[in-house]
Structures are given as C-alpha cells and as structure tokens.
Design a protein around this ligand. Structure first.
Ligand SMILES: Cc1cc2nc3c(=O)[nH]c(=O)nc-3n(C[C@H](O)[C@H](O)[C@H](O)COP(=O)(O)O)c2cc1C
Length: 354
C-alpha cells in the first residue's frame, strides 16, 4: 500500500479532501491495498488494561468512522485502531465543504459533525471483524446525535451495545462540531454522564468483562475545568483519558485564508497545546490514570515527547494525510531508537519522565 500511496499522492492532493478520503476508504474496504505484515520491535510492546499493544502507536478516531478499514490500517503498523465517533442514529453531518487541508501548516481543519453510519450498522461490521483473526486491538469511540433527545442515554446505549466487542470504549465529549458536546465536560454534566456510563457497564458485566472506559477531552480547557474533570474522573474511576481532540483556537502563524474557517484544527499546530494538556493531566492525576497522547504527532520524536509528557499510548490522524501510511512503521522505528538511546527496555519506563 505504501508504494501505491506514494505514487498516487500528487493525484490525491488534487482532489477535494473529503472526496479523496472516501476513495481511500473504499479502496481499503475492498481490500485493494493488501496490508504489509508489520513486524513490531519487541521494545515497543506495551501492556495496559490487561491487553498487549504491540506498539504504543494507534490510529486516532475520525479516519475510520464506520469500521470499514480496520484490518487494512492494523496492517500498516498501527497496533490499534479507534473506530468512530459513532452515534445511535446514522447522521450525514454538517454541510460541505467541511474538511480543509492546510498544506503549508501541515494541519487540517474539520467540521464534519459526526457523519457516521450509526450504532446498528457499525456494530454488524465490528461483529464480523471479531470473527476474523486481525492482528491488533480495536477501540470504539462514542458520540451523541445532533438532534438526540438525551445525550446521557446516547452514550449509555453505545456502551451497552459495543462493550462486548471493544478493547476499550471512549466517551467523546470534546468534538467542537456538534452543539452541546463540549458542554458535557462541565463538572455536573460530566458527573451525570459518567454515572450513566458506569451503570451501563455494570449492566453488561454479567455477559462480558467490561472494557476500559476512557474520556476524550479538549485542548481548549481552562485550568479550573481541568481540575474539575480530574476530580470527576477519579471519583468514577475512569480507566483512561485521551488528550486531545482538535482545537477551536487559531494560532497567528496559520495561513490567513484559514484563520476564520470554523471547526477543529489538528496536525502540527496542535502538538504544543495537546502535549501541554497531556502533561497537565499526568501531573493532576499523579500519573495514576493511563493517558493516550494525540495531537500533531508526525515523527518518532513527537511520539517520544508525548510519552515523556505522560502518555502510555499515542495516536495520530492528520500526519497520515500528508505522509501516507508509511508513517506508522517509520514512527515505530524512530521511537524504538529513542528508547534504546536513552537506555530503556520498555516504553512504560519513559512514561512521564519529562
Ligand atoms: C477529519 C477529522 C475527523 C475527526 N473525527 C473525529 C471523531 O469523529 N471523533 C473523535 O474523537 N475525534 C475525531 N477527530 C480528532 C482526531 O481523533 C484527533 O484527536 C485530532 O485530529 C488530533 O490528532 P492529529 O493532530 O494527529 O490529527 C477527527 C480529526 C479529523 C482531522
């Protein structure tokens, strides 16, 4: 796949970004790109939540919203793929255009608005995937419908349906493109949401071992909002935090024509703010809550910085658009070199060292 992508890249960049993305997903779904068998360096092996991640690097939510390309992407050097965000009902999302490449900034702005096939259709695909023997782990990222009546039951319903099939579940309350989602980060809302979520998990405990429950947060939180979130996640014993989603802020360095484009900014300009948030959460939780670092990673050095700031695992999306699928194996290789150079034998030894 990597050679084919490199050859097609100039053509892909001539297309509208969303059209290009749909074509790539179609090819991946049809098995057009046969995954190369990834060999993982043993130093990258990471044990977390009773699971073995062959590398700490995963594919972030949003690339494969509908679980159409999981085996193909697991074959590219991502040890885990996060599917979603998935909402109870199918949604078409916001009006187009809603996805923008900021090539000079190595960034992306999106205001997709949770376009996805909905719980039932995606659940069928995930069940099928579970019958296949795929090398790697699958996270399921849950969202809420734009016009849903009750956001708390949207998430709880997703937990009940997907718990049996997920290596981990994510409550995404940080997407800037669906009204009301980020308000769920406020203390009282979050407390209520996590009570619902934990109840849903205990309901299914008789059928299956509940998977770890993670919260995905925004890089635009104030210090007092961060402290509130930490208090609530410790109270409800949330298993992990993903830092972070896209930002609504616009650094002054950004190309002028995109400064006022609405939506979430990701890629290179997000690296600093999301790594700061990650470090803040590592300190506020005394390193006791496993963190997934995401935002602006495009090299082994970036991944290593996230790990040293407190991430047990890392993810990326935007850099895949610019560098293509070869990026995962490159990051794995570079990260292994950094770990060895600093005398570590396992990723976990570097977590939070600063
Ligand atoms: C086009 C696009 C769609 C996304 N959709 C979702 C989503 O549905 N749910 C979610 O939790 N994050 C979503 N994200 C955010 C990514 O998972 C990730 O948190 C963010 O892009 C930062 O990582 P990056 O800089 O490596 O892209 C999306 C990102 C992009 C670029």
């Amino acid at each position: 796949m990597t050679q084919l992508y490199s050859a097609l890249r100039p053509l892909i960049f001539l297309l509208d970004p969303e059209v290009a993305h749909s074509i790539i997903i179609k090819f991946l779904r049809l098995g057009f790109f046969v995954p190369e068998k990834t060999k993982y360096d043993p130093i990258l092996k990471t044990d977390l939540w009773g699971k073995t991640f062959l590398s700490p690097l995963g594919l972030a939510a949003g690339f494969d919203k509908n679980a159409e390309a999981v085996p193909a992407m697991l074959g590219q050097g991502f040890s885990f793929v996060e599917v979603g965000s998935i909402t109870p009902q199918k949604q078409i999302g916001n009006v187009k255009p809603r996805l923008f490449r900021l090539v000079n900034d190595r960034a992306v702005i999106n205001r997709m608005g949770f376009n996805n096939d909905g719980h039932r259709t995606i659940l069928t695909r995930i069940r099928k995937l579970r019958q296949q023997k795929v090398q790697g782990l699958i996270g399921i990222n849950l969202g809420k419908n734009k016009n849903g009546r009750d956001p708390f039951s949207d998430y709880a319903e997703g937990i009940r349906l997907f718990a049996e099939y997920a290596d981990y579940l994510v409550i995404n309350i940080s997407s800037p493109n669906t009204p009301g989602v980020r308000a769920l980060q406020a203390k009282e809302n979050l407390d209520r949401l996590l009570s619902h979520a934990k109840n849903a998990l205990s309901e299914i405990a008789a059928q299956c071992r509940p998977p770890p429950l993670l919260l995905k947060i925004s890089p635009d939180l104030t210090d007092s909002e961060k402290a509130d979130i930490v208090e609530v996640i410790l109270k409800h014993q949330v298993d992990g935090v993903i830092a972070s989603n896209t930002t609504v802020s616009r650094p002054s360095s950004l190309q002028k024509r995109f400064q006022s484009e609405a939506g979430g900014l990701s890629g290179k300009p997000l690296f600093g703010p999301s790594t700061k948030l990650l470090g803040d959460f590592y300190k506020l939780t005394n390193g006791k809550v496993p963190l997934i670092g995401v935002g602006g990673i495009s090299s082994g050095a970036d991944a290593y910085d996230k790990i040293r700031a407190g991430a047990s695992l890392v993810q990326l999306y935007s850099a895949l658009i610019y560098d293509g699928p070869k990026i995962a194996c490159r990051i794995n290789r570079e990260l292994a070199e950094f770990l060895r150079k600093d005398g570590f034998t396992r990723v976990s030894q570097a977590v939070g060292l600063g």
